[in-house]
Design a protein around this ligand. Sequence first.
Ligand SMILES: [Zn+2]
Length: 142
Amino acid sequence: MLTCRKTYFDIPFAHRQHLHDGHCAYVHGHNWDISVTFACDQPDENGFVVDFGKLKFIKKWLDDNFDHACLFSKDDPLRDKLVNAAPEAWKIYIVEKCCCEGIARHLYGIFGKLVASETGGRVRVVSVEVSEDKKNTAKYSE
Ligand SMILES: [Zn+2]
């Protein structure tokens, strides 16, 4: 199996860990790095697993959905109250769990489908890593 990895650096977005017993319960932001590892059995005619220049659909997805957004866990009891107070101040994105681990798992599902579609099934996503401020990293793979 051949693999390659692409990293998108310094994507700014916020989140809040509503169940956390410390300061992570407050809305706060990080610069996030998101790495996607791709695999294939047969490389393309260039010998590539995936052509890094043809991954703009992933960058676009991140720009459209995460860049300058605030991620909330789907069971956050204050989300609607916060957002409805000033809807124009928020670009929200809802995930099951908005920690690094939950975001990695969520993106694995999203990018797995996108990559399979864009490559006709030749390439698959084998892992997604998510880092907060280059310090704390979680990885999801099956
Ligand atoms: Zn945080």
